[in-house]
Ligand binder design. Sequence first.
Ligand SMILES: *Cc1c(COP(=O)(O)O)cnc(C)c1O
Length: 386
Amino acid sequence: MGELDEQSGWGFETRAVHVGQAPDPTSGAVVPPISLSTTFAQDGVGNHKGFEYSRSGNPTRSALETCVASLERAAHGLAFASGLAAEDNIMRLLKQGDRVLLGNDAYGGTFRLISKVWSPLGFPWTAVDLTNVDTLAAQWLPDTRLVWLETPTNPLLTCIDIESIAELAHARGALVVVDNTFATPYLQQPLRFGADIVVHSATKYLGGHSDVVGGFVALDDDDLAEQIRFTQNAAGAVPAPFDCYLLLRGIKTLALRMDRHCANARAVVDLLVGHPAVDRVLYPQLPDHPGHAAAAKQMRDFGGMVSFTMRTEAAALDVVTHTELFTLAESLGAVESLIEHPGRMTHASAAGSPLEVPDSLVRLSVGIESSADLVADLEQALDRFV
Ligand SMILES: *Cc1c(COP(=O)(O)O)cnc(C)c1O
């Protein structure tokens, strides 16, 4: 009990470095060993030290699960081989016929998983505008069992008031899943605002170095956690021990990195807002951003993702190919800055659907480089249009 009390009293940065990662009792190693063993010796039949077979449980994975659960202030944490594997395991909580309400600005891969994999199996879904809880209440369909929301969303950075959606959903017998990939537990802890389940693509800010794919689920409810732990083992989409180690290593600097991502994003936004070639800047800190109030209520800071529109698709395609430091690539949330064209890249599979994004949109994942270098790089790409 002493240790748990101490851990829950620790600040975020302390928990990121230490929870689940006490020195190894056999060697004193300060870094949790990467436990590559697939099987674990038993003293007698069924008499083991908590681990039998690495798909079912692995010491390095346990360290990661304990740490991230603590960062989300969640009772339970489960690690997966990717963000989509984590999402797929959440979908397995549903019964055939249960409807999913999906924010109309969802991550393209989430949209594909729900509309192309689960929907044909008999799981209906509807894309909805989650920014207005009254509209949602009016459109609510009685077979809804899950509301799936992202905040801030990808790529439009819409922010959704988690608390008001959770109140509505709970009154009508539905669960609320929040994809917390963009904010990370450092900037936002959705369970505090009534979310039932938090999901992460750990590939992004949690890992933070573009070198590991992973996913995470955090939740408080014991029964739901038990069901997800069952499918984690039964369906087997678990991360490798080495990947768990990389995530633990990345998470130690999460707070430092996020502070820098936010500060650099602000510098970039200042440039974009004042630049004549830019049409609209989407960043939740801007007072005219539709999600500003929700973001200010539930986030510590506004994050490292910035989107903007140019006047034409041609201009957007030109800008994304004329930066040097901002690398043209999918993905986000790592130390290096990335630029992309969602309409043709990350969100191409949403074309023609309710989740289609503007073709003049550019998305930036602002890294932790020198802000002056990032601003100068974008400026020279944008100046080609003035
Ligand atoms: C990348 C991403 C995912 C999917 O995660 P993977 O690790 O790529 O499987 C889900 N949600 C959001 C918001 C993402 O950015």
